[in-house]
Design a protein around this ligand. Sequence first.
Ligand code: GDP
Ligand code: GDP
Length: 437
Amino acid sequence: MSRPIVAIVGRPNVGKSTLFNRIAGKRIAITEDTPGVTRDRIYAEAEWLNKYFTLIDTGGIEPASEDIILKQMKRQAEVAIDTADIILFLVDGKNGVTSADRDVAEMLRKSKKKVILACNKMDKFVDEGNIFEFYELGIGDPVSISSTEALGLGDLLDVIIENFPEESDTEYNDEVIKVAVIGKPNVGKSSLINRILGQERVIVSDIPGTTRDAIDTYFKSKDHEFVFIDTAGIRKRKKIYDNIEKYSVVRSFAAVERADICLMIIDVNEGVTEQDTKIAGYAHDNGKGIIVLINKWDLIEKDDKTYKTFIDDVRNKLPFMTYAPIFPISALTGQRVNKILDEIIEINNFRNMRIATGVLNDVINEAVLMNQPRTVKGKRLKILYVSQVSVCPPKFVIFVNNKELMHFSYVRYLENKIRENFLFKGTPVVFTLKNRG
Ligand code: GDP
Ligand code: GDP
């Protein structure tokens, strides 16, 4: 189950950033160094009573110069509705209700998302008189807090965690291949999803027994069951603003956590962006399978070198995932789109593959004979044997005489030998070392 996402929305100066920093404390997830971004961070991992969640400060959405406050707030609210499981609507308890508050409240109510109202700047609880006027926003009981004085924050966090969505990952059995479609806005994610779902013999149906919002798309094809994870934001969104793009990363991380395999879409005209690298790295570190698709292939002029040039370029930018299939597609014309499900099935098979210990150690012994570990201060590493301990992703334990003598490049060498023999296409494989006397 991925962490719930909580987004703070509210007028400028109500104290969003102060509250964010209070709750997030020192747990900084990402520092935003894009020029023009006023906040130095837009999201952080937070925790209350052992419940972990991701907190987003939508105040980082800067108004374009001609923007009025209301327009800016509406954007914040849109991002929050698109991205978060829970929206924390912050108002200034000292100032009372403003018309912008009313408009945003209406938008949030219509979204049917869980919204929690907090009145900030209630520094002395004698101020509480004002709080009743906030009932008119129609969002239920306001929680009064003071972000600067750290008052009422525990109560607020209690309400937040009480409203977390129920665990729902158990809803899919192991047969269902969970696929996250990730990539920047406008690379063609929704076009591709619709293309795949529109193919012959793809049967789309409602998600069985989901407790969360219907955000996943379940379908059957080629005798397999699949689910595209978290398609709500992707398939429904009409327009997207440039400066909210960074928020889509938060949602992507959450989708990757729930997935078995990621389809990473990049735009042929843009190539691999820094954001893509971050998400790919996250997928790799979390042991997820991955396919990189270069979309909008129809848009470029091609000669006999184009294909290789583009693929080499993507590989160079993602050097840590040599195992990933990379190929160009066009969601528009459908070029190579029908190859995608076959690749997913193949990668899923590799992720579930178990290598018998005997066969595995034949490969390892031969590898060691061909290239002995170097001696370190007169001591030589001995590889005793290797055993595959689990799948999805495949995990191996290497039993050695002394772990400290192992150099990471030698692990890489063994990984290459294992891949030469068993391929493990499209998936990371994980190694741990154990001492055995
Ligand atoms: P944002 O624009 O909504 O992110 O608001 P900020 O967090 O930047 O806060 C705006 C101003 O309100 C700052 O001067 C804060 O110090 C002040 N502020 C924030 N929270 C409180 C509070 O609980 N009580 C009081 N008195 N001031 C606060
Ligand atoms: P998303 O934001 O990643 O879901 O992107 P969309 O699927 O909404 O696509 C963004 C824009 O790119 C739309 O105008 C699509 O018609 C266009 N688009 C998507 N895939 C392709 C493609 O393969 N070729 C071309 N030429 N345009 C595409």
